[in-house]
Design a binder for this molecule. Structure first.
Ligand code: KG4
Ligand code: ZN
Length: 347
């Protein structure tokens, strides 16, 4: 296997179709091409992701994105290997990217690797040059996306230990479901964080589920129930007031943030990482970033905070190509004939 390689990444696990080409070595990475087509405006009409629509839109977008990524001449030297999201995700959506990747592997005879989407999120922070300077294992990752909330100890590239996970709803789901019950739209995270900017985080007293539990697990369904009960007790005239909505959003965001930060700090005190990395769609939350940074500064001397940058928080193919490169550079590859979606894949 070459020391430096160009990896074509394909991501279609949920509601973003994305294609990227990276040039990667063990210590460096350069994004040569990256394009993501979001389906969010379509799913927003239904209040959440509709799997069958997602798959159909991926079919339309994947080939168009590959066409642009490979340029006018479609030269085979545009990439040395293919990395595609294999799971977790929606089976029908994953299938689209995987079939495109398998076909490319068949006709180009280039190596292919199926990538765990969660490992892709871990690699999203590695795409940032400043982060790579501080990339010294062990690194503690808080992985917070629409379907996952996990504390992961990264012992080395491709070597992880899950320290805690959610027992019910993920942090992203807590944002999405509470926004939905208040009729604010989809996806809830960016909407709640925007409205929270002018709200009082102490206006409503919401629970911090499992914050004192000695385990490193999370649980957010109780928070959702508490928000529902509070919302249903409010008169309609109050529900529509901007100030009340802002206070609710700030209070929800604070409750989620307090739990995520407290558990991450507790895990770091136990496992002594050199850095804490926050990844996944929810890591785009500015309030979470600020609270995490300030707690790390005051409680964990010398520990760095790493996070992705704009465009790489939510689902994207650059992170899939990066995680694929970690495995490909070790000489791993899969047999395209045997590859299929793994919707329930774990780290
Ligand atoms: O990682 P991601 O793009 O997809 C999954 O793998 O699930 O994460 C999507 C999740 C959604 O729940 C969305 O509401 C949340 O990330 N999210 C945010 C923000 N931006 C996206 N949550 C809080 N604050 C944000 N700014
Ligand atoms: Zn994701």
């Amino acid at each position: 296997m070459k020391k430096k390689m160009k990896v074509l990444g394909i991501e279609t696990s949920c509601d973003e179709t994305s294609v990227a080409i990276l040039e990667a070595s063990a210590s460096s990475v350069r994004v040569l091409h990256h394009e993501t087509a979001t389906q969010i405006p379509v799913h927003a009409l239904y209040g959440g992701v509709v799997p069958e629509i997602a798959a159909r839109l991926h079919v339309a977008e994947t080939v168009a994105l590959l066409d642009r990524a490979l340029g006018k001449d479609k030269q085979a030297d545009k990439f040395d290997a293919i990395a595609v999201t294999q799971g977790p995700g929606l089976a029908t959506a994953l299938r689209v990217g995987i079939e495109a990747a398998r076909t490319l592997a068949l006709v180009t005879k280039k190596p292919i690797i199926g990538v765990n989407h969660l490992e892709g999120h871990l690699a999203s922070a590695w795409l940032i040059p400043e982060n790579r300077k501080n990339w010294k294992f062990p690194i503690l990752a808080l992985l917070v996306s629409g379907g996952h909330s996990e504390l992961v100890l990264m012992k080395d590239f491709c070597s992880y230990k899950i320290l805690g996970r959610t027992r019910d709803d993920a942090a992203g789901e807590a944002f999405d479901k509470t926004a939905k019950l208040m009729g604010l739209g989809y996806p809830g995270g960016p909407i709640i964080s925007k409205l929270a900017e002018t709200g009082n985080p102490e206006a409503f007293k919401f629970p911090r589920p499992m914050i004192h539990d000695p385990s490193l697990d999370f649980s957010f369904s109780g928070l959702k129930t508490a928000v529902r009960q509070t919302w249903e007790k409010l008169p309609k005239s109050k529900q529509s007031q901007k100030k009340v909505q802002a206070d609710l959003c700030a209070s929800i965001q604070q409750a989620i943030t307090d739990v995520l930060v407290a558990k991450t700090i507790r895990a770091a005190e136990k496992y002594k990482p050199t850095a804490i990395c926050i990844v996944g769609g929810v890591s785009a939350n500015k309030h979470l970033q600020q609270c995490m940074r300030s707690q790390i500064r005051t409680q964990l001397k010398g520990v760095k905070m790493l996070k992705p940058s704009k465009g790489f928080y939510t689902d994207n193919a650059a992170m899939i190509a990066a995680a694929g490169a970690w495995h490909l550079l070790k000489g791993e590859k899969h047999d395209w004939r045997k590859m299929g979606p793994k919707p329930e894949l774990d780290l």
